[in-house]
Design a protein. Sequence first.
Length: 304
Amino acid sequence: MKIAGHRFLITGGNGFIGSHVVQGLLRQGAEQVVIFDQAARAENQAEAGRDRRVEVRQGDVLQPEQLARAMAGMHGVFHMAVLPLGPCESNPARAFEINIQGTFNVIRAAVKAGVGKLVYSSASSVYGDTLDVMDEQHPFNPWTMYGVSKLCGEFLLRPFRAGLPYAIVRYMNVYGPNQTGGLIPIVLGKIRAGEPPVINGDGSASFDFVHVRDVAQCTILAMDSEVTAEAFNVGSGTEATVKQVVSTLLELTGSSLRPVYKTDGPVPMSRRVGSSEKAKRLLGFEASISLTEGLRELVRGSNG
């Protein structure tokens, strides 16, 4: 489905990634972008909020009537509303409600409204912990409530594929402007406060860090493409250790601080790196922002 001239609903559109998807849709000529979210974060929509094509509707994916009203007249839906990892683990029942029941509600509303396509934001957590470079054929093995709930959302789409074209995007470790949690914001916060950043373990854990603007681009490409009933990893195609990221941030900020290694606590995983070759082949996606470039931008922003 082409972006220009069409109307799109984004559940969770005020969130970190969703806010960048909104901006991308506007740049590509969307006729209307409706943000459906429980929270209104003005700082995430400073630019988009001034565009007459943007409408913000406060709503809840657990309320089918609200979803039905918001879906009316939409050509495409980006389902990005989610209970994040930490809250999922502390409140599994809430995770079930929002990430599983809420996703079912969104799918059902999209089918009833005759929406042309749905793009579902999933996560690399569906693969679980593995030392392998994960492609889309890698076995599913989630052990967190977050990963299980995202995988359930993926499978809920399958019975409706005849009436609802869809694509799934599985994000690697996303970072960038407007992010409030995760390794990079935490480390930058420590450095700004004049405190040494803390590294769990020896810092050798490695990840595929991908910039949020690249993630937003791939998410929009999944909508724009005619490909349906397919899942795509979304990563940078590169790998960096926690120690390398912390070292780069210290260097870019000109800080003389030295990291503190916390070796007595748990290290959640040792490696999570995925292949995005399928997205390149079928969607034409290729990440364009290097990790150093992205970190430099964040440091400049934090100093500005």
